[in-house]
Design a protein around this ligand. Structure first.
Ligand SMILES: *Cc1c(COP(=O)(O)O)cnc(C)c1O
Length: 375
């Protein structure tokens, strides 16, 4: 067996220790004679698994008592609708900051559901390469929405807008538990698990209790399953939860705790990101696309000197050739999933919690060699 360094943006690498534990328990969990995959979610064996996962989220994220922790399905994309349907109910008006694909999709979904959407700021003018500064948000908004870490553009908020009494909603899919976060500053947080927490299939929602509404008070037509209260009232077991994913999530959370919790992750992640950005900033072959002051610790898109922005056909062909060559040769060297998103081009290294500093160092070594051979 030979494991690669996996730089996928999601689903992404998981801690090897967690995978080993899962493997060891695959045929028999504890003394139950069965795999967690095969268990009833109402069984005595499974209930402690989901309870522990919830308790670990509360502990590691320091979630205050007046917040509920929910495990739902449908990914981050379903949250775009749920947020609007459950929170956009009084004025049917919400503020969005447009920082890339995911924030845009969220705003479009709210609009589709009849919310009056105000886009207060956008970084579209520079290809979403930075986070616009919106210090204060005021008005008759039901909520204000941000995407804290922009997985595709590689940007991250280094401040939070002051929203006063307006609940601040944040998509933290690609930065959850990558560093400490003050949950009390938010009305609602959500994260699809497949970036930094678990395999695909579960979405973590942390919601302040006063924002939880009866389904009758949600936007007209809101399905029972898309009402947060349905899940809050039933311990995330109104229907069958994604049991196995929640089990792996619990193991990842214990791994995070063993490695210093959110603080430990932040230290590890800063070290990795600095190593990579320092190399990119000192290179005359590569460059990072995200502006300083807005850079993600988790997703690092980068281009080569052959990405000139020229519309000349030969230049475009050369750029594509170099990018393809990079991705192919990197994969041969055991560094996989480095192809950039088509909207940014070039390459992207996602260096989530589970990626080691050794993985980042191996990437930089490869990048040096590639630059030398293709200069
Ligand atoms: C991946 C991602 C999403 C979409 O998640 P799905 O689970 O695929 O619906 C939303 N927001 C962010 C920030 C993401 O990285």
């Amino acid at each position: 067996m030979s494991r690669v360094y996996n730089f996928s943006a999601g689903p992404s690498c998981l801690p090897e220790d967690v995978l080993k534990e899962c493997a060891a328990e695959m045929l028999e969990y504890g003394t139950t004679g069965q795999s967690v995959m095969e268990m009833s979610h109402r069984s005595k064996a499974f209930e402690p698994i989901i309870q522990d996962a919830e308790a670990m989220v509360r502990k590691l994220m320091n979630v205050p008592e007046n917040y509920k922790i929910l495990f739902v399905q449908g990914g981050g994309s379903t949250q775009f609708a749920m947020v609007a349907q459950n929170l956009g109910i009084k004025h049917k008006k919400a503020a969005y900051i447009e920082t890339g694909v995911w924030a845009k999709k969220a705003a479009a979904e709210a609009k589709h559901l009849g919310i009056n959407v105000d886009v207060l700021a956008s970084s579209k003018d520079k290809g979403y390469s930075y986070i616009p500064r919106v210090e204060k948000i005021e008005g008759d908004y039901d909520y204000a929405y941000i995407c804290l870490n922009n997985t595709i553009m590689g940007t991250h908020y280094e401040y939070l807008p002051d929203t006063g009494n307006i609940p601040l909603v944040a998509d933290i899919s690609s930065c959850v538990l990558s560093e400490p976060l003050d949950v009390s500053k938010f009305g609602l947080l959500f994260a699809g698990a497949q970036k930094n927490l678990a395999p695909a299939g579960v979405t973590l929602v942390i919601i302040r209790e006063d924002l939880i509404q009866d389904v009758e008070n949600c936007l007209p037509g809101t399905p029972t399953m898309l009402c947060y209260k349905t899940h809050a009232d039933n311990g995330s077991m109104y229907n069958t939860p994604p049991c196995y994913t929640i089990y792996v999530l619990g193991k990842v959370l214990h791994w995070i705790e063993k490695n210093g919790g959110a603080e430990g992750m932040a230290k590890r992640n800063r070290e990795k990101a600095e190593y990579l950005y320092n190399f990119l900033d000192s290179s005359d072959f590569y460059r990072a696309t995200a502006e300083k002051g807005s850079r993600s610790l988790m997703n690092v898109p980068f281009l080569t000197k052959y990405s000139t922005g020229s519309t000349d056909e030969a230049a475009i062909a050369k750029e594509k050739e170099i990018n393809d060559k990079f991705v192919k040769e990197a994969a041969k060297a055991g560094l996989v999933n480095l192809k950039g998103h088509r909207l940014v081009g070039g390459m992207r290294a996602s260096i989530y919690n589970a990626m080691s500093l050794d993985g980042v160092k191996a990437l930089v070594e490869f990048m040096k060699k590639f630059a030398e051979e293709n200069k």
